[in-house]
Design a protein around this ligand. Sequence first.
Ligand code: DGL
Length: 255
Amino acid sequence: MSSRTDYIAVFDSGVGGISVLRELVKLMPQERYLYFGDSANAPYGTRPTSEVRALTLAAAERLMARGCKALVVACNTATAAAIIDLRAKYPDRIIIGIEPALKVAADHFPGGEVGVMATPVTLREEKFDVLLHRFTDACTVHKIPAPGLVELVESGLAVSEDAEELLRPLLAPYRDRLDALVLGCTHYPFAAPVIGKLLGGHTALLDGGPGTARQTKRRLEAEGLLFDGPGELLIENSSGSQEMIELCRKLLVEH
Ligand code: DGL
């Protein structure tokens, strides 16, 4: 049985989920959060799906053992690979999984040109195909895998010359052409200044963080599990490195 004082656990392959955590904290500052980033095993997005699933289930087990009322999978890749297994394994907990904010893009730009930038795993999984089919009539969708960007964000180089160099050839064909770019990986919002600049400044950058936070609140509210404080924030990382924890704290307040 979950209790109001249990943690909201937030999980990502590394520091990316901080872009979701910041939305959760903004919306529900009085909650107790336990953030776990699996940086020792990042990136997930270029691994076989079976490995991502196994890593995600192992992380969830670790978090569930600490007592949590909700698990927010703040990683599009882990959601694509493992959300069905997580819900089957923990039927009595609230399990929320982030997914690319294609609906937001289709609602705001009907008939528009929309890019979805995400990891190779997210873009190749069936879950994304199902999402895509819901919106193919509403807008034109371009899949844009961006291998290498997660590693730069993990190194604290989200906004850097290196990031600009990596992204320039990838985004050049879309410059001044997209109405919206969906940032379908939770690491990418930290590189938004570089992405926006390379796209020419007229493209709306959308991510699933705010929607995921609202959905988490709705579910907690419906089950009478909202907590009224005092709030708490624990950040843990599988790398065991204090530097990664500091990077998380920096990203949390910076953006
Ligand atoms: N942050 C993760 C996501 O939202 C992926 C990062 C990775 O490849 O490890 O997809």
